[in-house]
Structure formats: structure tokens, C-alpha cells
Design a binder for this molecule. Structure first.
Ligand SMILES: NC(=O)c1ccc[n+]([C@@H]2O[C@H](COP(=O)([O-])OP(=O)(O)OC[C@H]3O[C@@H](n4cnc5c(N)ncnc54)[C@H](OP(=O)(O)O)[C@@H]3O)[C@@H](O)[C@H]2O)c1
Length: 166
């Protein structure tokens, strides 16, 4: 089931789809952070508990923050879901709201199948980077690139891709 108002946003390395190491991001580049802000501000962001713990500012300002956890965690200004099914129901009940899946690895894997659009920043990867978290393979039978924009950053170079369902 694909939901029109459920998007995904992620930064991956271009060869190995690496997204993180030691519960942290691999890169913290202003150009990509600005892109993330531009897309997500004014909307809802969905993340796993580990990714939320890694945010430097919590909750992310100017966005409705949603956290998935199996624990009884609560945090002011954050909506918590204990399973994917209840979250999906909530997304369906709010068709005028845009929801962005923003990590980490476990949440991308569980929700990619429901997303209608993906914003993927690809980082140039001259040599395979060491990481412990990866994004799933993008199935080219299901997804097509509808926009590709070269970033300005050098070393690593960034490319901003938009994927939509075929
Ligand atoms: N490059 C990027 O764009 C990007 C973006 C975001 C994150 N990351 C990276 O991704 C890595 C973290 O990924 P991760 O997979 O280890 O952690 P994660 O997905 O952020 O969080 C995992 C936690 O989410 C909760 N959870 C997962 N599935 C659930 C479900 N179905 N129902 C309820 N709760 C659920 C569980 O929390 P409880 O244990 O509390 O139950 C689980 O331990 C970090 O390195 C981070 O920096 C990268």
C-alpha cells in the first residue's frame, strides 16, 4: 500500500548506501542540512527512537515530530507510536499533512514500501566508507528518478535525487 502523503528523505553514499555509524550521521554538511530543512519544515517528520536520541535539538523545530518506539518513552511536543500499523492509520487519517520518514535504518526498511516519493542525497564515495547502517537497495522496477540536481559542495560532491513511483 502506497500513501500519497508519505515521503522519505535520506542521505546515502552513492556506492554502498551507507547512512550512519555508531548511531551518528556519516556527514554533517550544511548544504544537505539546508535541503532537509527546506523539505521538512512545516510538515511532520517520522523517526525511530535511536535517530531521535541523536538529534542535537529535540524535537526538530517547526515540524511535527513523530517517534517510533516500543518503550513508554514520552517527550514534550512529540507524538509517539508503538507500532507501524498505528502510525500508518494516523498518516491515512491526515491526508492533508505531509509526513517525511527520516530514519534510521530500521524505520527506512519498514516504511519504504508505503512511501510515494523519496528525496535522496547521494554522497560521492571514492572508496567504500565504513558504516554500520545502510539504506535498502532502490528497486528500479518500482522507482524512477524524476529530478537530479548537482550540489555545490566539493569533497564529497553531493547530488540531490527525487524518486517517484513508476
Ligand atoms: N543518513 C541519513 O539520512 C540518516 C537519517 C537518519 C538516521 N541515520 C542513521 O541511522 C542510524 C540509526 O538507525 P537504527 O536502525 O539503528 O535506529 P532507528 O531506526 O533510528 O531507531 C530504532 C528504534 O526505533 C524503534 N522502532 C523500530 N521499529 C519499530 C516499530 N515497528 N515499532 C515501534 N518502535 C520501533 C525501536 O526503539 P525502542 O528500542 O525504543 O523500542 C528501535 O530500537 C544512525 O547511525 C543514524 O545516524 C541516517
Amino acid at each position: 500500500m502506497v500513501l500519497d502523503n508519505l515521503y522519505l528523505i535520506v542521505a546515502i553514499t552513492e556506492k554502498s548506501n551507507a547512512i550512519g555509524k555508531n548511531n551518528d550521521l556519516l556527514y554533517f554538511l550544511k548544504e544537505d542540512m539546508n535541503f532537509f530543512k527546506e523539505k521538512t519544515c512545516g510538515n511532520s517528520v517520522i523517526c525511530g527512537k535511536k535517530t531521535f536520541d541523536g538529534f542535537k535539538i529535540k524535537p526538530l523545530p517547526k515540524r511535527n515530530n513523530i517517534v517510533l518506539t516500543t518503550s513508554d518513552f514520552s517527550f514534550e511536543g512529540v507524538r509517539v507510536f508503538n507500532n507501524i500499523e498505528d502510525l500508518i492509520e494516523f498518516v491515512k487519517e491526515n491526508p492533508d499533512e505531509k509526513f517525511f520518514v527520516c530514519g534510521g535504518m530500521s524505520i527506512y526498511k519498514q516504511l519504504i514500501g508505503y512511501c510515494s516519493k523519496m528525496y535522496i542525497t547521494k554522497y560521492e564515495e571514492k572508496e567504500i566508507i565504513e558504516a554500520d547502517s545502510h539504506f535498502p537497495e532502490i528497486d528500479e522496477k518500482l522507482w524512477k528518478v524524476t529530478e537530479k540536481v548537482e550540489g555545490k559542495n566539493e569533497n564529497p560532491k553531493l547530488t540531490f535525487y527525487t524518486y517517484e513511483r513508476i
